[in-house]
Design a protein around this ligand. Structure first.
Ligand code: FES
Length: 475
């Protein structure tokens, strides 16, 4: 059965095999829709408009929805099962900020009112992460939530288009209002707002239209403090403040021939050679982040995070050990590696049919394989263009996807060259960690100097990149 999700501008699809609550499908699809009463059918806030095969209207829905809404196909996502192919229309719920406030309140209850905090607000394309650092003892508390802009498209290009054709203000509000609420609640002394270049433009409501087409020119490269908020430098439209924070945090410049790589929807790289830092960015799509593949999901209880061979048998590990609900980005890299080893998947990417992971209802389709194939070809071609594979002395892997990766599986599927084995180091969310360093003036100056050493390696129209991309399409 297929569920199709229609956001404000973007359509996505998911496969499911048995009657499933629409709220669960929305979560799997990473829509960011909120469920304020924890899916108890009490608040009436999880309204979606559906057409297709659904379970009958419940008593709770009759109480909370008007007749006119029911006639239009409006249902409560937490009360309605999808029993067959279904189209689900969703938008950012009006209650989003109300729900966010409740989450924030819970977060702030754990704070010591006698302490002063500094805030790092990392605006990722998919997730916004907040780190509060206590000034007196350096204790850190973290808090994250889905970037509500996801309703306008899962990638930055769809959102840039929406900003140009419709409303930059709507996108600004999505990332700015939560920040204002955090500021009001925690009253921080200093704030650093980091993230990719596009997100910083949206946060500040700056003209982002120049980044939609070649030569992809941002209207600002930041690297200054404004209104008590420090915005780290961006190198280019697609090498943003998150990368410059990573360059600072990893001390890349101290490591000749070291590569920093942050794999997300966009994969950014920085390579240190002869005192310069060469930077580039490739589009990898959301497959590695657990979105967009048929059963892909971000890590949560029930997610398959690891797939491996044991005595020739395909086995998997699930977070929390419960019934598997989907597979994370790292799990899917393992799965592709195992399918290649067993010959189920051919080197050229041919997979005859959907493949179910034994003992589960989680599967991979030939289309999913294609997405992984194209994403890994992009990343590998980027690596090959920015540095010679064998010359790399050290590889810093940043980002949440990085932490869970099995490097051998990455080599097996051709995402990384074999020469990376034994040289990798996971450095976690270097955007947040670099942001923390930027609470200090001294580090802001240091970053300013590092940025002068950065050289952008342009990949659009780059023949070497195009050649390597084609070479790396096969596994
Ligand atoms: S989340 Fe409250 S009614 Fe669905």
């Amino acid at each position: 059965m297929i569920a199709t999700f229609q956001g404000v501008r973007e359509k996505r699809t998911l496969f499911f095999s048995s009657p499933t609550l629409i709220s669960e499908l929305l979560e799997r699809a990473g829509t960011g829709l909120a469920f304020p009463c924890l899916k108890q059918g009490k608040c009436g806030k999880c309204k979606v408009r559906v057409s297709g095969k659904t379970s009958p209207v419940t008593g709770q829905e009759k109480d909370l929805l008007t007749d006119a809404e029911l006639e239009k196909g409006v249902r409560l996502a937490c009360c309605t099962f999808a029993n067959g192919n279904i189209l689900i229309n969703y938008t950012i719920p009006e209650n989003y900020f109300q729900e966010f406030k409740q989450k924030l309140l819970k977060f702030s209850e754990e704070f010591d009112n006698n302490n002063v905090y500094n805030i790092i607000y990392d605006v990722g394309t998919t997730t916004i992460e907040v780190c509060a650092v206590a000034k007196n003892n350096g204790n850190k508390q973290y808090f994250s939530f889905t970037n509500p802009q996801i309703a306008f498209g899962s990638d930055v290009m769809s959102r840039l288009k929406y900003a140009k054709d419709h409303s930059l203000e709507e996108l600004r509000r999505c990332v700015h209002e939560p920040f204002e609420l955090i500021k009001k609640t925690l009253k921080p002394e200093k704030c650093v707002v980091t993230g990719n270049t596009v997100m910083l433009h949206f946060f500040e409501g700056k003209d982002s239209s120049g980044m939609l087409d070649y030569p992809f020119t941002p209207s600002d490269r930041f690297g200054y403090e404004k209104g008590g908020i420090y915005f780290p430098h961006c190198v280019s439209a697609f090498v943003g403040a998150d990368v410059s924070c990573g360059i600072l945090k990893s001390e890349l410049i101290q490591n000749e021939n070291a590569l920093l790589i942050d794999i997300g929807t966009n994969c950014e790289m920085a390579y240190c050679k002869d005192g310069a830092i060469y930077c580039c960015s490739v589009a990898a799509g959301p497959a590695f982040e657990g979105f967009s593949t048929s059963r892909g999901e971000t890590a949560k209880d029930g997610s398959i995070v690891r797939v491996y061979l044991d005595n020739g048998k395909i086995c998997s590990d699930t977070l929390g050990g419960g019934k598997p609900s989907g597979i994370t980005g790292s799990g899917i890299v393992d799965l592709v590696s195992v399918l290649l080893k067993t010959g189920v998947l051919k080197k050229d990417g041919y997979l005859k049919d959907n493949f179910f992971i034994p003992g589960t209802e989680v599967f991979i389709t030939p289309d999913d394989v294609r997405q992984i194939q194209l994403a890994k070809a992009s990343v590998r071609a980027g690596i090959g263009t920015i540095c010679k594979d064998n010359s790399v002395s050290k590889v810093f892997i940043a980002g949440n996807f990085g932490n869970a990766l099995n490097i051998q599986s990455c080599v097996d599927i051709g995402l990384f060259p074999e020469s990376f084995l034994g040289k990798t180091e996971f450095i976690g969310n270097s955007s947040i960690d670099g942001g923390k360093l930027l609470l200090e003036d001294e580090n802001r100056k240091k970053l300013g100097e590092l940025i002068k050493k950065c050289k952008l390696v342009e990949l659009a129209g780059n023949n070497e990149f195009a050649k390597k991309y084609i070479e790396n399409i096969d596994f």
